[in-house]
Design a protein around this ligand. Structure first.
Ligand SMILES: Cc1cc2nc3c(=O)[nH]c(=O)nc-3n(C[C@H](O)[C@H](O)[C@H](O)COP(=O)(O)OP(=O)(O)OC[C@H]3O[C@@H](n4cnc5c(N)ncnc54)[C@H](O)[C@@H]3O)c2cc1C
Length: 389
């Protein structure tokens, strides 16, 4: 007899497993199948650096952050599994008057919504990050409650607790097509045969455009390669200092264990390429040693990787229903998908089980905005800045 499922989630990254976990928490786990073409957490989630912040520019992103931070803080208690969560703060740097205006507007909005961010002066910034070059900086936006955690750890924990709640997670199981006869989802095709279902969620991250196409739905998400470099143990910076983001350049640096993590080049053209190009280290070294000259003495020559940003046209997630009945999307997080996965999981579970969401209205994230032109704007995106090559 053909296999059946109430809900099939395509993609076992942090987004798909969080949705599965939240469905299981609602008691609906037994009818849920997650299809992951590779291994759980092996997609772009395993390449994320784990930043978590409430310093965003739009209400919807800040709402996602506020709810998700509450969840990250109780994650270990709730799942009984490790997360490596810590709040070392985030310090954003502006280099132009326009960027300073953006920071001022953002901090006002964030404060109205309960985020304890503030503009600080150069002396305070240098106190937080010793040796920071500040002469060419027009504004500093700081929140002590931003931080980071382990994306892979979160994904493994979501998957484990989802399984405990009855969810079936199939690894090495690719969704190869969909039966959409009559404009509605009827089955998912896999190499092992079809799974009959009336509900599919496309949570395929950078691959969600391809998965959408299999269902005849245009999901405008594109992959963009980004390099990350980690230094050998480096003690000339403090054991804890805020994540620093030079917004103008699109470069960031923070403490990673005994070493230092810094972002490298990001491609300006879309591709699924994830090779690491060591020439990129020289390229980024110029920015790095200008902003934090002490980094001249750090050795970045051994550890690096590249991952794919999951970019939508307006740098906001795409969530909700599509024109094919029963085919949902939760994708396009544009570099913020790890940190927003707890709110995403709860909201998608509500939408699927109750037909509507509570607390956060996700209609502004609907896929129809690309047809109506009701686009959003997020200047504080990981994809911003001039550092491309
Ligand atoms: C360098 C870098 C740094 C980042 N830093 C941060 C950060 O600091 N904070 C943050 O919040 N986010 C960050 N991100 C973004 C974050 O990684 C993503 O937004 C998030 O991981 C998206 O999760 P996902 O589950 O949607 O995608 P994925 O983890 O890619 O999961 C999708 C899964 O779908 C599977 N799949 C694809 N097609 C199919 C198919 N046909 N059938 C079955 N399975 C399929 C893939 O194998 C994959 O495992 C970063 C990204 C990069 C590249």
């Amino acid at each position: 007899m053909a296999e059946t499922a109430d809900i099939v989630i395509v993609g076992g990254g942090v987004v798909g497993t969080s949705i599965a976990y939240h469905l299981a928490r609602r008691g609906a786990g037994r009818g849920v199948v997650v299809l992951e073409k590779d291994r759980v957490g092996s997609g772009t989630t395993s390449r994320a650096v784990g930043g978590i912040r409430s310093q965003f520019s739009t209400e919807i992103n800040i709402q996602f952050s506020l709810e998700s931070v509450r969840f990250w803080r109780r994650f270990e208690q709730e799942t009984g599994l490790p997360l490596d969560y810590r709040e070392d703060g985030y310090l954003f740097l502006a280099q132009t008057d326009g960027e300073r205006d953006t920071f001022e507007n953002n901090v006002a909005l964030q404060n109205r919504m309960g985020v304890p961010s503030r503009l600080i002066d150069a002396a305070e910034a240098r106190g937080l990050v010793p040796g920071l070059h500040t002469d060419d900086i027009t504004a500093f936006a700081y929140s002590a409650e931003d931080g980071r955690a382990g994306p892979y750890e979160a994904t493994v924990a979501f998957a484990k607790r989802a399984r405990d709640g009855g969810v079936t997670i199939k690894e090495g199981a690719e969704a190869t097509g969909f039966d959409t006869a009559g404009g509605r989802i009827r089955a998912v095709e896999t190499a092992d045969g079809p799974i009959a279902t009336s509900v599919v969620i496309n949570a395929a991250g950078p691959w969600s455009g391809l998965v959408g196409r299999l269902a005849g739905v245009d999901v405008p998400v594109k992959p963009y390669r980004r390099e990350i470099f980690i230094s050998e143990p480096f003690s000339e910076l403090p054991a804890h200092f805020p994540n620093v983001i030079d917004l103008h350049v699109g470069w960031y640096v923070w403490r990673e264990g005994a070493g230092i993590l810094m972002s490298g080049r990001k491609d300006s053209h879309s591709s699924f390429d994830t090779h690491i190009d060591w020439d990129g280290l020289a390229f980024v070294g110029e920015f790095a040693t200008h902003r934090l000259p002490v980094l001249e003495r750090a050795n970045f020559g051994k550890r690096a990787w590249a991952g794919l940003y999951d970019v939508s046209p307006d740098d906001h997630a795409i969530m909700g229903r599509t024109d094919v009945e029963g085919f949902y999307v939760a994708t396009g997080f544009s570099g913020h998908g790890f940190q927003h996965s707890p709110a995403t999981g709860r909201l998608m579970a509500e939408l699927l089980l109750d037909g509507r969401t509570t607390g956060i209205d996700i209609r502004t994230l609907g896929i129809d905005r690309f047809r109506t032109g009701a686009l959003l704007r997020e200047p504080l995106t990981a994809h911003a800045g001039t550092m491309s090559g």
